[in-house]
Design a protein around this ligand. Structure first.
Ligand SMILES: Nc1ncnc2c1ncn2[C@@H]1O[C@H](COP(=O)(O)OP(=O)(O)O)[C@@H](O)[C@H]1O
Ligand SMILES: [Mg+2]
Length: 221
């Protein structure tokens, strides 16, 4: 039996982690074999890359866009090889928090050429695509307010985090790139309004996930 590969995408604060947890709890209750992971950082070595990619370096040096892109794809190649492909081969349901569409949306918004993304994607994915991508869509102005609240609850160290107008503009461009991806891949991408209450978003996601799982031979009730 072949597994089912589902990714969840969206701007920061759109509720990816919240919904992935709820979906994974539901699938566990149903007794399905499950692998839950994320990018970057779905492997031991990938977690080192995640730190290098997401934490500010003490020197103040930042990655140039090409280097950053290659690190994201290094993380993805390792993740596919060590986690995703083996789990699918075992017939598991694989849920991943951010995948290729995030690279296309964020690195694309940072100015990386579409052709570079296509070439790396061919090299690393070798034709593998998620059967379903849940795209949580909402205005970043609202989702980033959620992130500020989330960070506040994490303690004083992060309490000063505020998104300025330039950052907001970047996140708007990221959102628009996600929407273009959804438009170009209507069969793969489920566009889900993410401003609704958590339980309602969960139900909307399940309405898209359940038929896919049923068709792949997994019980859904
Ligand atoms: N539908 C929702 N309505 C209101 N708040 C939400 C909703 N979904 C998530 N949140 C809250 O917003 C914050 C960001 O959610 P999170 O799941 O961490 O987003 P992401 O993983 O996409 O960055 C968290 O504090 C979370 O509890
Ligand atoms: Mg998250």
């Amino acid at each position: 039996m072949q597994g089912v590969f589902i990714t969840i995408e969206g701007v920061e604060g759109s509720g990816k982690s919240t919904q992935l947890l709820r979906l994974s709890e539901r699938l566990r209750r149903l007794g399905h074999p499950l692998t839950v992971s994320k990018e970057p950082g779905g492997t031991f070595l990938g977690r080192e890359l995640r730190r290098l990619l997401l934490e500010r370096h003490a020197s103040g040096e930042t990655w140039c866009p090409d280097a950053e892109l290659l690190l994201f794809y290094a993380d993805r190649a390792q993740h596919l090889e060590k986690v995703i492909r083996p789990a699918l081969a075992e017939g598991k349901i694989v849920l991943v928090d951010r995948f290729e569409d995030s690279t296309r949306a964020y690195q694309g918004a940072s100015g990386v050429a579409e052709s570079a993304l296509d070439r790396l994607s061919d090299l690393v994915l070798k034709g593998l695509r998620p059967q379903l991508t849940v795209l949580l869509d909402m205005d970043p102005e609202v989702s980033l307010q959620r992130v500020e609240v989330r960070n506040l609850s994490l303690g004083a160290e992060f309490a000063e985090t505020r998104f300025d107008e330039a950052e907001l503009d970047f996140h708007r461009r990221v959102r628009n790139r996600f929407l273009v991806i959804a438009k170009n891949h209507p069969n793969r991408v489920a566009l889900i309004p993410a401003r609704d209450p958590v339980a309602q978003v969960e139900a909307t996601i399940w309405a898209r996930v359940a038929p896919l799982l049923r068709s792949a031979g997994f019980g859904v009730d």
